[in-house]
Design a binder for this molecule. Sequence first.
Ligand SMILES: Cc1cc2nc3c(=O)[nH]c(=O)nc-3n(C[C@H](O)[C@H](O)[C@H](O)COP(=O)(O)OP(=O)(O)OC[C@H]3O[C@@H](n4cnc5c(N)ncnc54)[C@H](O)[C@@H]3O)c2cc1C
Length: 241
Amino acid sequence: MQNTFKVNLVEATLLTSRVRHLKFQREDGLPLEFIPGQFVSFHFRGGDAKEVRRSYSLATIPGESSYIELALGYVKGGIASEALFAAKPGDTFNMSGPYGRLILRDETPKRIILVATNTGVTPYRSMLPALAAKLETLKVVILLGVQKKEDALYSADFLTYTKLYPNLDFRLCYSRENKNNVSEPFEYVGHVQNQFENLNPIPDSDIVYLCGNPNMIDAAYELLKEKGFNPQQVRREKYVS
Ligand SMILES: Cc1cc2nc3c(=O)[nH]c(=O)nc-3n(C[C@H](O)[C@H](O)[C@H](O)COP(=O)(O)OP(=O)(O)OC[C@H]3O[C@@H](n4cnc5c(N)ncnc54)[C@H](O)[C@@H]3O)c2cc1C
């Protein structure tokens, strides 16, 4: 397989009870060259010895870390989930990549709206320094949807950047949280795509990225199509096996 290499797990921490943050390094000591927004794939042997591939967006913030950082949401009984949730520092895996086109482009919309559910926010974490460079001239909105407060991941990273860059608007949306528990100015109750009503995306001035749960992506894309968006103005990455 072209571009396949071995990686060692260096460190694993829990971001939430169901999401593990994993840091890997290449066994050959080489850095992984990638563009923020891209993903890597693990190559496993399935039960019938056939190769099984599973993909994960890179969470690494360039300049802050040289590890291959990933966020893995646990799926009970899942081939990759069970292997990677049980993995210990020193364990070795086969990986390939980077792949993917959910990347920032050299273009000048007035606003970039980055929408994610759960670990779908991972590529946007990796984009933070690149977004910071754009925030001088345009607005960026990051919408992260999770079920409850305890499911939020990487919020601290996004909030750090909102303090430095007034043009960055980070909104954490809870689909199953009690309204009485929601008090911070960046917290909202409801699905991420409900925010479109208030943000009023406009095809001529906005570019939208959608990443994560396929149902969210389909629902959000339908709303954007109704507003006149075409496929080039809405970049989508569905997290499916
Ligand atoms: C480009 C890309 C990037 C991705 N990035 C990430 C990432 O950064 N983080 C991440 O956690 N995942 C990511 N995914 C999803 C990931 O690749 C796997 O699909 C996921 O981890 C499940 O794999 P598994 O082997 O554990 O489960 P599988 O063995 O594939 O599935 C086991 C069972 O669970 C079901 N299932 C699969 N996924 C889910 C789910 N999400 N919820 C409920 N049931 C499910 C399957 O239908 C099957 O019945 C990405 C997918 C793509 C295509």
